[in-house]
Design a binder for this molecule. Structure first.
Ligand SMILES: [Zn+2]
Length: 62
């Protein structure tokens, strides 16, 4: 009974697919899987590269 409660308390929502996953035994926190972790990382990296690209264009334009 208490084990079940603990599992619920340690559950998180994956920011990528909104799936509820248990924190226990999850090396990809706060994501549910490696796939969701990579999707988020790629989105973050591409957004970052876009910004730095725009900055570079600005410098060249000036
Ligand atoms: Zn996920």
């Amino acid at each position: 009974m208490s084990d079940l409660k603990e599992t619920v308390e340690k559950a998180i929502k994956c920011p990528q697919c909104k799936k509820t996953v248990a924190v226990n035994d999850n090396p990809y926190m706060p994501f549910c899987s490696e796939r969701c972790k990579m999707v988020d990382l790629e989105a973050w990296l591409s957004g970052r590269y876009k910004i730095s690209e725009e900055k570079n264009n600005d410098i060249i334009f000036n």
